[in-house]
Design a protein around this ligand. Structure first.
Ligand SMILES: [Ca+2]
Ligand SMILES: [Ca+2]
Length: 319
């Protein structure tokens, strides 16, 4: 089994040698994206992410979108307001996590954050937590819950990083608002509560990748499970920041005042995800077939002592 896994890892280790928007962008954009005039995404790019992942629920558009940077000309277009922000993650309809050093450094931008409902009324920023709720994290509160028609994705379930599968893919947002595979979990050290990432299967950080993964401070990180469900993992700044039980408790102490709570969950891996990449794919099927007829405990998912059709039936249940 481990030999097969090793070969699979090598086969996947194809680094990105150049940046191609048609391949690497989560959304397709107008061709005129610039720093001064970021374009609105025009379509979902299904080739931007590996097979088996689905980030259609991630609401990410161009940077500085919902703080109405000077490039926005219309004050009545809902799409000029309602979008993800690279340093913000909504954790309830009324709360968002922001990068603490970022909100302290550029309060003028943060104070301008506002959203618009279909009827034209706007939801504005009401307050910022005075305390840091987690590693480089503050919580901001809006004047009222955002209406459902605002189209803002809320990530109220945080993955317990202690349960991340080794080789699980982590996705980040770059400074153009693009969702990109960012890195893979390398190891988890439970005793020291340390984790590590490696930049496979996309290779180590190079000058090329430094451009691609140029997310601003507080870049949200997400991970997807085998069902395609997306979870918030934390924010990237300096070293990657973890969201653990203490952070979740701090957040809940503040959001509870408005009637909302967030949840920390274990990574819901499938028992037939043999290569632990968060997906059930043909790679896992190959590993099952490779152990066929043996007593391999990993592949014997129904626990009857042999890898056979019974385990294949379980496998199909997760396909
Ligand atoms: Ca798998
Ligand atoms: Ca079996």
């Amino acid at each position: 089994m481990f030999v097969v896994l090793s070969l699979l890892s090598q086969a996947m280790a194809a680094p990105i040698s150049h940046y191609d928007p048609a391949i690497h962008d989560l959304y397709q954009y107008d061709a005129t994206v610039t720093k001064a005039d970021p374009a609105t995404p025009v379509a979902y790019n299904t080739s931007a992410i590996p097979d088996g992942y689905d980030f259609t629920g991630v609401n990410v558009r161009d940077r500085r979108f919902n703080n109405r940077s000077p490039h926005v000309s219309s004050s009545t277009d809902i799409n000029d307001y309602n979008s993800g922000y690279v340093a913000i993650v909504m954790v309830s309809p009324q709360h968002a996590l922001v990068s603490a050093h970022y909100i302290d450094a550029v309060p003028s931008q943060m104070n301008a954050v506002e959203f618009m409902a279909d009827d034209g009324h706007k939801v504005v920023l009401e307050g910022v937590s005075s305390d840091i709720v987690g590693p480089d994290l503050k919580l901001i509160t809006f004047s009222e819950p955002l209406p459902e028609d605002a189209g803002i994705a809320v990530y109220s379930k945080f993955i317990d990083y202690a349960t991340l599968p080794v080789s699980g893919m982590v996705f980040g947002v770059d400074s153009q608002g693009r969702m990109l595979p960012r890195r893979a979990v390398h190891y988890w050290e439970p005793y020291n509560e340390e984790w590590s990432f490696v930049h496979t299967p996309f290779g180590p950080i190079t000058d090329h990748l430094g451009v691609i993964f140029s997310g601003d401070s507080g870049t949200p990180l997400f991970i997807a499970d085998y069902t395609g469900q997306n979870y918030f993992l934390g924010t990237a700044y300096d070293s990657d920041r973890k969201i653990g039980p203490e952070v979740v408790a701090n957040i809940n102490a503040l959001t509870a005042l408005s009637g909302y709570s967030v949840e920390q969950v274990d990574y819901p891996y499938a028992p037939v995800d043999f290569d632990l990449d968060g997906r059930v794919t043909s790679a896992d099927l190959s590993l099952l077939l490779g152990a066929w007829g043996t007593s391999d405990e990993t592949a014997d998912v129904n626990g009857d002592g042999v890898v056979d059709g019974g385990d294949f039936g379980v496998f199909l249940g997760y396909w």
